[in-house]
Ligand binder design. Structure first.
Ligand SMILES: Cc1cc2nc3c(=O)[nH]c(=O)nc-3n(C[C@H](O)[C@H](O)[C@H](O)COP(=O)(O)OP(=O)(O)OC[C@H]3O[C@@H](n4cnc5c(N)ncnc54)[C@H](O)[C@@H]3O)c2cc1C
Ligand SMILES: C=Cc1c2[nH]c(c1C)Cc1[nH]c(c(CCC(=O)O)c1C)Cc1[nH]c(c(C)c1CCC(=O)O)Cc1[nH]c(c(C)c1C=C)C2
Length: 477
């Protein structure tokens, strides 16, 4: 009888447990240890009594690529098909994204024709930048910052405005220190393989046609841009947790913080929590690498030091609900580049993307999520280093929504959440760091595998697909 212990009950840990039960029958017991009172980790949905849904973490998933298809397939296996809420590519909520620059909202180019026009805040048509791109030399460096890569290939303006804002809207981070190789692997690969992004897009190997059925097929046929679930994204993590618990040998324990992983002479390990010691044949860590470091034996000091070196950022999410339709535009949301010089990252127009998540009987209400902090978190702090109170943060967010979108009404409901150390920052050299950490674990002979947002992508799709890959690689041959 073999036992697998999964540390962490976020989406990565839950998916790992699910795939162990599916692919590794040698483990008759699979135990997920979650330190907090709930599963889901950063996936966290509040369903208010009147049906209004607030997402405090992720809010939508993309259906594209192997990762996107894998999550759709998982949703189908979990019986969630009827609850999937797609956004079609033709929908304004998918097509329209904005930048807020110098006091104005600017729509980002979203069609071939818009590439030929000068679209402020850019000073020249983007087609000019694209036409010059293939003539820039390829880098010989193994890695560089996202900003330097994009400046080299697409010019300073695209890097300073569009890419800067995009890195804030995915990593809440600074493109001047984030790694292009780790954060945007396809861009790095296109340059390495084809010498240019344009050549890579035009002549790169097209992804093979996949035999699709069910939700994957529907997403392709109906041209989905992204999706969520009727009861928010926590419906996905709750459903994985239920599936794990309802499968023989599966257990999901909340209030169960892992305190130590201690090797034994027989190749197994003892996983210690406050109330228990579990002898395990396999341990999957899905927690932030910095939280894993102190759980390892002191003898592995090099590994502990490496794991501790990954930085992450804090994000404040302010959910706002207004009684009426107060949005002057339709779209996904807007971002602010760092040149705007403040801690405000962007605003998601939740009622535009998922009107189904609105208060029952109020089809015109507006929901927004204002996001602040990230790498600019310090700019939020008071002069004594403390974080402003919840009501001050709420006021900041409400004022930003008013200034950016001309909203005069006051929100009828709100929620302020501080998400501490929620997005790991993949700095230049991150890919090598992952390889070094995994080598050190292999040398230690610990039966330990790593999954989770610290390593190969923070997107939910990455978290689930990487968990699947790690488990499938252990399948008995
Ligand atoms: C504001 C925000 C918006 C986002 N938007 C999107 C989006 O739109 N689309 C998208 O794809 N992604 C988005 N993400 C990213 C995505 O939500 C996360 O990267 C992902 O949820 C990480 O999951 P995880 O399981 O790897 O880690 P976590 O969610 O951090 O899970 C780890 C779990 O381990 C537990 N834990 C920690 N230490 C221990 C211990 N010692 N013992 C036991 N348990 C422990 C924690 O309590 C936690 O529950 C967003 C993230 C944030 C913060
Ligand atoms: C303003 C801050 C943030 C917003 N979302 C996130 C932050 C930090 C976090 C986040 N958003 C996405 C992902 C997953 C990435 C993926 O590969 O799927 C994460 C971790 C999705 C996303 N959001 C934006 C983009 C360009 C992407 C990538 C996928 C896609 O194109 O859909 C842009 C964006 N994010 C936010 C806003 C307001 C915004 C643009 C208008 C909020």
């Amino acid at each position: 009888m073999s036992t697998a212990v999964v540390i962490g009950g976020g989406v990565s840990g839950l998916a790992s447990a699910y795939y162990i039960q599916r692919y590794l029958p040698q483990f008759s017991k699979v135990i997920v240890l979650e330190s907090s009172k709930r599963v889901g980790g950063w996936v966290n949905t509040t369903i208010n009594p009147d049906g209004c849904i607030f997402e405090h973490g992720p809010r939508s998933l993309r259906p594209v690529g192997p990762q996107g298809r894998n999550t759709l397939q998982l949703a189908e296996e979990l019986g969630l098909t009827r609850d999937v809420l797609p956004i079609l590519r033709s929908d304004p909520a998918a097509k329209n994204r904005y930048l807020y620059v110098k006091g104005k909202l600017w729509a980002l180019p979203n069609s071939v024709t818009s590439l030929f026009k000068k679209v402020p805040p850019f000073s020249e048509p983007l087609i000019k930048v694209l036409a010059a791109e293939p003539f820039h030399r390829r880098s010989k460096e193994p890695d560089e910052t996202v900003h330097s890569f994009v400046s080299r290939r697409l010019g300073r303006e695209v890097a300073d405005i569009a890419i800067d804002a995009m890195c804030r809207g995915i990593f809440a981070g600074d493109c001047r220190s984030l790694s292009v190789r780790a954060c945007f692997p396809p861009l790095h690969e296109m340059e390495q393989k084809h010498g240019s992004l344009v050549a890579g897009l035009l002549f790169g190997s097209k992804s093979p046609k996949v035999e699709a059925s069910g939700l994957v097929r529907e997403a392709v046929d109906c041209k989905w841009a992204s999706w969520s679930l009727r009861y928010g994204l926590q419906q996905l993590t709750d459903a994985i947790a239920d599936a794990v618990t309802n499968t023989r040998g599966g257990e999901v324990r909340t209030h169960s913080k892992c305190l130590a992983i201690q090797p034994k002479d027989n190749g197994k390990v003892v996983v210690r929590t406050e109330g228990d010691s579990i002898e395990a044949d396999l341990v999957i860590s899905s927690i932030y690498s910095r939280d894993l470091a102190p759980l390892l034996p002191a003898s592995l000091s090099d590994l502990r030091k490496e794991l501790s070196s990954l930085e992450s950022v804090n994000v404040i999410v302010v959910n706002l609900e207004y009684k009426d339709d107060v949005l002057p535009v339709k779209g996904f949301g807007h971002l602010l580049p760092s040149s705007e010089n403040g801690p405000l990252l962007g605003v998601v127009y939740d009622s535009c993307t998922f009107p189904q998540h609105g208060r029952k009987g109020s089809p015109n209400s507006t929901r927004l999520s204002v996001m602040l902090g990230g790498s600019w978190y310090n700019k939020l702090l008071n002069s004594d280093g403390s974080l402003p109170s919840g009501s001050d943060l709420l006021q900041m967010a409400t004022q930003a929504a008013a200034a950016h979108l001309g909203i005069k009404a006051r929100p009828i409901r709100s929620h302020v959440t501080l998400q501490e150390e929620c997005i790991p920052q993949y700095k230049v050299g991150h890919v090598k760091w992952v390889a070094d950490v995994e080598n050190k674990i292999q040398q230690s002979k610990l039966p330990l595998k790593l999954v989770g947002a610290s390593y190969r992508g923070p997107a939910i799709n990455d978290c689930i697909n990487n968990a699947r890959k790690v488990i499938v690689a252990m399948k008995p041959t």
